[in-house]
Design a protein around this ligand. Structure first.
Ligand SMILES: Cc1cc2nc3c(=O)[nH]c(=O)nc-3n(C[C@H](O)[C@H](O)[C@H](O)COP(=O)(O)OP(=O)(O)OC[C@H]3O[C@@H](n4cnc5c(N)ncnc54)[C@H](O)[C@@H]3O)c2cc1C
Length: 477
């Protein structure tokens, strides 16, 4: 649907009079800049008509009734971390959910209701002191609802599944302003689609209920660095890690980040089991790495001390990097991969060598999946990627100085080419990250959601958002 470009200021002001709790911010106002500033990717070109900051589900209902009646496009800003920047749409009304940040834990049932403005850190800060944790992301400022709508994996996922596998119910407001609770008991089809394809735009999720898991006091976890490391050695390291990960225990998770320009590598490791078990199952491997590649860089640490010996609490591990770095321009691309075959490793290392110089190095991420994630049936919900062992991502970064020097194009192109060169090996792309540079929209959507599911996604879209007020071009079915 093409939305009429009309000046809605007058009606917006009238709407706010009806809802005194609802903060509205128009272009030029400080609160507008504040909401714009919550995007992880710099995005100067998308200027929404207005930001609304609801405090209650009723506020959300009112905005959506108004938007539908006036055929205005709506987008939703959660934690702002979508690498595609789809939370803010040009000329749309944007619901900035940051003021809905309540968490309600029930320790008896080990569950929590989490509102749409809550981020990873907020949730860990409330659950972990009670000895409980949700399956959560590994970046503190990612929004919990946005994370869950696309799948959601973290350091607990290889033993406990994805966020979608641990989500019990969602409260959602549909395009016409109707409040619905979707679960396996009611609105089952909507619940199915929200868990994996929620970002296609079926409504605004105002809160969701998650399962919580009992935490141990201490875990083995840290990061080791080899910077610089030659590409020959990096290739060898990937072969060694790939061999180990092929049959690694579910408790073991690695996130491997190859860094361009220097080049080098940072590897996060975490053992989701008793530290005494890690002594037999993970640490011998880490020691074998040291023997083969030499002592890792000085900044390699477990959270509290020598890099492979100390233990950490879960929350300390989750929050070990503190505040997020300064904002830059970014482009991510992604692909799910099976084994890291010699051919895949060759492509990755070649692309690492080809990376253009910019003020910041770019990154190639390889995050280990599998385990419990892959034991769920691919039709249990709209997240279909149950056969992948790794999530690959190419993350290009550049600054305003690079823009001024004309380097930005090369950075973007590098991310695109890196992903495209892996397309023949790709098992799909992660809707929470980005596409893989497919040639057509149909291929892109099939890679996100699986060919067999597209028709079902369309039918549900027609049912819950017939006017397409939540539709964004990237996910248009
Ligand atoms: C640095 C970084 C680290 C990351 N780490 C991980 C990780 O460890 N694991 C992982 O699985 N993913 C990770 N991600 C990806 C992240 O989970 C997704 O980008 C997620 O969609 C971000 O949600 P958000 O609310 O922060 O972002 P937003 O940009 O605000 O929202 C993302 C999308 O969801 C929609 N949305 C958000 N809230 C709602 C709502 N309440 N109702 C309806 N639609 C909504 C938005 O419109 C947008 O399309 C990471 C991303 C970054 C940038």
């Amino acid at each position: 649907m093409n939305f009429p470009k009309k000046n809605a200021d007058h009606e917006i002001k009238a709407l706010c009079k009806e809802s005194p709790n609802l903060l509205v911010a128009l272009e030029g106002q400080d609160e507008y800049k504040k909401s714009m500033g919550r995007l992880f990717c710099e995005n100067d070109s998308n200027k929404p008509k207005a930001f609304f900051r609801p405090k209650t589900t009723d506020d959300v209902c009112r905005v959506l009734r108004y938007a539908s009646a006036n055929q205005l496009q709506v987008s939703v800003l959660g934690g702002g971390h979508d690498p595609k920047g789809l939370a803010i749409i040009h000329d749309a009304l944007v619901l900035d959910m940051s003021a809905m940040n309540h968490i309600d834990i029930d320790p008896q049932t080990a569950t929590a209701w989490v509102e749409a403005g809550v981020n990873v850190k907020d949730l860990d800060d409330v659950t972990c002191p009670q000895g409980l944790a949700a399956v959560n992301g590994s970046c503190t400022t990612v929004g919990v609802v946005g994370f869950t709508l696309g799948g959601g994996f973290g350091f607990l996922s290889r033993t406990k599944g994805l966020a979608v596998d641990n989500c019990l119910q969602m409260e959602i407001v549909t395009a016409t302003g109707q409040r619905i609770v979707a679960s396996s008991q009611g609105h089952r089809h909507l619940f199915w689609v929200l868990r994996g394809a929620g970002q296609v735009g079926y409504g605004v999720v105002t809160k969701l209920q998650v399962k919580l898991h009992t935490l141990q006091e201490q875990y083995v976890g840290g990061r080791f660095w080899y910077v610089p490391m030659s590409s020959t050695k990096l290739k060898e390291l990937l072969h060694v890690m790939s061999e180990f990960c092929r049959s690694a225990e579910d408790e073991i998770t690695f996130n491997i980040y190859l860094i361009t320009q220097v080049p080098g590598v940072a590897v996060d490791y975490f053992y989701d089991g008793h530290p005494s078990e890690a002594e037999g199952k993970l640490l011998p491997f880490l020691r074998s790495i040291t023997e083969r590649f030499g002592p890792p860089g000085e900044s390699s640490t477990a959270v509290n001390g020598p890099w492979e010996e100390q233990t950490t609490s879960y929350v300390e591990y989750q929050q070990r990097f503190g505040e997020e770095p300064v904002k830059t321009y970014k482009m991510w691309k992604s692909a799910f991969l099976g084994e890291l075959t010699p051919e895949v490793i060759h492509i990755i290392i070649s692309q690492l060598e080809e990376a253009p110089v910019s003020s910041n190095p770019h990154t190639i991420g390889l995050e280990l999946l599998g385990g419990e994630i892959n034991r769920k049936s691919p039709d249990s919900c709209a997240y279909v990627h149950r056969d992948a062992l790794y999530l690959f991502s190419a993350q290009a970064v550049w600054t305003p100085e690079d823009e001024a020097k004309g380097n930005a194009h090369a950075c973007r192109q590098w991310a695109e080419e890196t992903a495209r060169s892996l397309l023949p090996h790709s098992l799909g792309s992660y809707q929470n990250y980005a596409d893989c540079g497919e040639n057509t929209r149909a291929q892109r959507l099939e890679n996100y959601f699986g060919k067999a599911n597209i028709q079902r996604l369309k039918e549900l879209k027609e049912e819950y958002d017939p006017l397409g007020i939540f539709t964004r071009e990237h996910f248009r079915l």
